[in-house]
Design a protein around this ligand. Structure first.
Ligand code: F6R
Length: 251
């Protein structure tokens, strides 16, 4: 795994956006796995800025998002489809038909999960998967205790995730209790995994996930086994991890 230490969120966003840009430039028809949440917003702003300057072209790129709440339609500002449209897709020259987010309103939710894995397969797999990191170690909505073997599936959100995500809703009661998420197997099959973490509140989980033991209790810890894991984190998020240099390669 390689680790880039950024001095702050702005530098983290720029470095991670650089890595995604390199992927798009090297393979214009690449498949990007994308994430929502607070962490990637700076990356999406940076990618948009470079697109506006004429330095990036999304016309052949396809995307697959990690997850979506069950029961929120795409017009709901809290839905992940809405988030992706407003933060990235509507701002760059991507073909919206090439963007994919699980459908949390599907009549057959199990069927939706199977179709999502088939879609990823039909696209030829994910070239680069962007991930944020939950305080409990979740990636996508794969909560502690989740089997490493699963593809896309339905999950019940843990109380800590509901609490953390309630900041984006009017009240805790409004946070959906279920979601569709790519499974850990799906994530581990990506060619490159790019994980970002920012802030002091992520310092414990960054240390436990990447310097602790590999266990389903810390879902992100399985990424230690990924052949091409890149972590971009700021000094605060790395403040409890044994990383001294700005760029470190382990194993
Ligand atoms: C988002 C996702 C989540 C977030 C994680 C961190 O699509 O799947 O796993 O990446 O909850 O969220 P933030 O970035 O808001 O701290």
């Amino acid at each position: 795994m390689s680790i880039y230490k950024a001095k702050d969120y702005k530098e983290l966003s720029r470095k991670a956006a650089n890595i995604i840009s390199a992927q798009i430039i090297m393979k214009p028809s690449c498949v990007l796995g994308l994430a929502t949440g607070t962490s990637p917003i700076g990356i999406y702003n940076q990618l948009t800025e470079w697109y506006e300057k004429g330095d990036l072209d999304f016309s052949e790129v396809s995307t697959v998002n990690l997850d979506e709440y069950i029961g929120l339609d795409t017009a709901n500002p809290q839905s992940y489809r809405y988030f992706m449209n407003t933060n990235l897709f509507d701002r760059v020259n991507i073909d919206i038909h090439n963007t994919n987010v699980p459908n949390g309103m599907a009549a057959d939710l199990e069927g939706e999960c199977d179709s999502y894995d088939n879609l990823i397969h039909m696209l030829g797999g994910i070239d680069m998967q962007l991930l944020g990191l939950g305080h409990n170690g979740h990636i996508g909505f794969n909560e502690p205790g989740e089997s490493f073997e699963k593809g896309t599936h339905i999950v019940s959100l843990s109380q800590s995730t509901i609490d953390a995500n309630s900041r984006l809703f009017e009240s805790k009661e409004d946070v959906p209790k279920k979601a569709i998420t790519m499974g850990i197997r799906t994530i581990m099959q990506a060619g490159i995994v790019l994980l970002i973490a920012s802030g002091k509140d992520k310092a414990d989980i960054v240390r436990d996930a990447f310097w602790g033991k590999i266990t389903p209790e810390v879902p992100a810890s399985v990424l230690q086994l990924h052949k091409n894991l890149i972590i971009v984190a700021d000094e605060d998020a790395l403040s409890k991890s044994p990383v001294t240099d700005n760029y470190t390669v382990l194993r």
